[in-house]
Structure formats: structure tokens, C-alpha cells
Write a protein that binds this ligand. Structure first.
Ligand SMILES: Nc1nc2c(ncn2[C@@H]2O[C@H](COP(=O)(O)OP(=O)(O)O)[C@@H](O)[C@H]2O)c(=O)[nH]1
Ligand SMILES: [Mg+2]
Ligand SMILES: [Zn+2]
Length: 341
């Protein structure tokens, strides 16, 4: 087992689950956390300082993400090489248009879903983020930003309260104000890791600055940098004054949940619970008699639920199934054409 400084690593989010995996780690290796990934190198943190590292061939095919814990070996000339990846406790990924998985972040406890109360306000998009986060077993917190300038703040809050399950925390926040720290304090405890998700311009980097500001002033382990004031181009992990870690991310244009139909269905917990009371076990909550969901759940939420399920089904199809489906269609079209003749 390797030596490690628990107090220092706790500062960058180490928890007991991860420590239990360290028994097989080789002597001399150092436990570090990935704070940023660039093309040629990564930035890692050892609890005391941040430094650049490169990846050994053993990890070339690993799907590394910001927030991952890795083992680092230091060679001559202060060269740091990453040699092993600890299996993440949680992992948020998306499915690209090519159908492949793309890692976003690892080892996060809470996702702050930031949505601006301007043109950005969009319950359907929020439900997509919720499905992504819940299928990854990460706790979501909805942050309605720009609370200080919003005209419809009250309506937005009421609309979401009625539409979403009561278990999802909803907060209206001015990300520029220190009050944000107090509002978010239940999720900002020592050893916690949060990720910010939301469209570009929603206020993620501003919130990162607010949560890390005290660090910056007192010269903490990592200085909250000025990056947040510019357009965020890469995911990056920062230390909050409260002892938590926060991962800022750029907005994503398209985001397919990397989850199957069953887990998407389960992530809509209200529909999932009510569906158990529908008269028919395979009820689609459309026009079947004895449906317990229709009428009890917001109509647009139900439509969005079906849309996300359809997407998941399509994503699950293997390439061969897709080819088979296209072939079947061609046969049917030919048959229809022959019949017309
Ligand atoms: N008044 C006000 N402006 C905000 C708030 N949150 C973000 N902004 C502004 O919105 C713009 C985009 O914020 P930014 O943090 O860069 O968004 P990001 O793309 O999600 O990182 C900036 O000009 C911020 O000052 C807020 O709560 N209140
Ligand atoms: Mg940003
Ligand atoms: Zn039903």
C-alpha cells in the first residue's frame, strides 16, 4: 500500500470508498486527482500543489476525465507520469453522435444544474440534464441563476415545483452574490465534489468564482484563477473555500444521455412510481384506461419522458440492428411498390 496524506487529499475530495482501493497500489506511486485535461498533458493535484503530468502507455486507452483519481510516478527532471486509474465511484458520460461514450467527469457527489432565468429557461432541457445526472447516481440540485434580474422568477419556480418531483432541490440564485455560498452550503461540505452543468452563459463560471473567491483572497491551495471570467473551454476542478471541490464545464451543444431505456425510465421517479398503479403493466400512459400517470404528471413532462426513452432506445440499437432495420424497410417498400404495379 502506498503512503498518502489523508488530510491533504481530503482537501481535493478523497473519501473512504476510494481509500479502500489503494491496497494494491505499488510502493512509490503517488495518489493524485485530475483537475484539467489538455491534448498533450493533464493537470493533476496531490492535495498540496498542482502540476502537469503525462500518461504512460498503460493508460493510453483509458477514458480519463476530470475528477478521476490516478497513480502518478515521478521520474528524473520532475517528470510526472500517470500509470493507473482508480475505478470512479460515479461517472457522468454522454453518448456522441457516433454512438460512442465520452467521459465528462468522475467522482462527483452533486451536480448543480445551472439554468439562467432569461432565454435559457427551458424545463425540457433541464429534464434531460436530470436524466443524465440521475442515471449516474449523482444528486442533482437545480440552480435558477440570475435571480437578481429575472422578471419571472416567481413563475419559473412555481412552474418547476409543479412539474418536477418534490425530492429535487430548487434554488433561485444570484451567482455574483456571496449569498450563493450560504444557499448551497448543504452540498459544499469538506470532501464533497460538485460539477456545474448547463448552457453557455448560464452563470457556471461566475458561480465557480463566487464559491472559490475566499480561497483566492487568502491564497489557498489553488488560487481561484481568472479563467472563469473568460469563456470556459475545458472542464477544470477548483477548490471552494468551504472545503468542497467544484468542476466547471463549458456548455454542451448536444447531449444524449449515456443510459439505457430502463435507467432513463427510473430517473423519472414520479412517473416510475405512479406507473405501478396503472391498470395495464405495459401502459404507455397515452389513452389506455386506468392510467395513473396521465393527468397526475405535467403533460409536457410526459411527452419529454417519451422523447428521451425513444432516444435511449435508438442509442441502444447496435449497428447490426440498425442495418437489419434498414433492410427490413427496403423489403417492405419493394413489396408496396410491387403491389401498386
Ligand atoms: N445579474 C446576474 N448576472 C449573471 C448571473 N449569473 C451569470 N451572470 C452573467 O452572465 C454572463 C455569463 O456568465 P458565465 O458565468 O460566464 O456563464 P457560463 O457560460 O455558464 O460560465 C456573465 O456576464 C455574468 O456576469 C446572475 O446570477 N446575475
Ligand atoms: Mg463558463
Ligand atoms: Zn399509465
Amino acid at each position: 500500500m502506498i503512503d498518502f496524506d489523508f488530510a491533504a487529499l481530503r482537501r481535493i475530495g478523497l473519501n473512504n470508498t476510494l481509500i479502500n482501493q489503494l491496497h494494491h497500489a505499488p510502493e512509490g506511486a503517488q495518489l493524485v486527482r485530475i483537475t484539467e485535461i489538455q491534448r498533450e498533458w493533464l493537470t493533476v493535484h496531490d492535495g498540496k500543489a498542482e502540476f502537469r503530468a503525462r500518461v504512460l502507455p498503460a493508460l493510453h486507452n483509458a477514458d480519463l476525465a476530470v475528477g478521476d483519481w490516478v497513480l502518478s510516478t515521478t521520474l528524473a527532471h520532475d517528470e510526472h507520469w500517470l500509470s493507473a486509474l482508480l475505478p470512479p465511484t460515479t461517472h457522468i458520460a454522454r453518448r456522441g453522435n457516433d454512438g460512442r461514450h465520452h467521459s465528462l467527469v468522475s467522482n462527483v457527489d452533486t451536480a448543480l444544474l445551472v439554468m439562467g432565468q432569461d432565454n435559457d429557461f427551458n424545463p425540457r432541457r433541464l429534464e434531460r440534464y436530470l436524466a443524465i445526472v440521475k442515471t449516474a447516481s449523482v444528486e442533482p440540485v437545480v440552480v435558477l441563476s440570475k435571480a437578481d434580474i429575472a422578471q419571472d422568477a416567481q413563475q419559473h419556480m412555481e412552474l418547476l415545483r409543479q412539474r418536477l418531483p418534490a425530492s429535487i432541490p430548487l434554488l433561485a440564485i444570484n451567482t455574483l452574490s456571496g449569498d450563493a455560498v450560504t444557499q448551497l452550503s448543504p452540498w459544499l461540505g469538506a470532501g464533497q465534489t460538485l460539477v456545474l452543468l448547463g448552457s453557455s452563459g448560464a452563470g457556471k463560471s461566475t458561480l465557480t468564482n463566487t464559491l472559490t473567491r475566499a480561497n483566492q483572497q487568502t491564497g489557498g491551495v489553488r488560487h481561484g484563477d481568472s479563467r472563469g471570467r473568460h469563456t470556459t473551454t475545458a472542464r477544470s476542478l477548483h477548490l471552494c473555500a468551504s472545503g468542497a471541490c467544484i468542476i466547471d464545464t463549458p456548455g454542451l451543444r448536444s447531449w444524449q444521455p449515456d443510459a439505457d431505456e430502463t435507467s432513463i425510465a427510473a430517473s423519472f421517479e414520479d412517473i416510475d412510481a405512479l406507473a405501478a398503479q396503472c391498470q395495464f403493466r405495459d401502459c404507455r400512459h397515452a389513452s389506455e384506461p386506468g392510467c395513473a400517470v396521465r393527468g397526475a404528471v405535467d403533460g409536457d413532462r410526459l411527452r419529454n419522458y417519451h422523447k428521451l426513452l425513444r432516444e435511449a432506445r435508438r442509442g441502444e440499437q447496435t449497428a447490426l440492428e440498425r442495418i437489419a432495420e434498414v433492410a427490413k424497410w427496403k423489403v417492405m417498400q419493394r413489396a408496396a411498390r410491387d403491389k401498386r404495379r
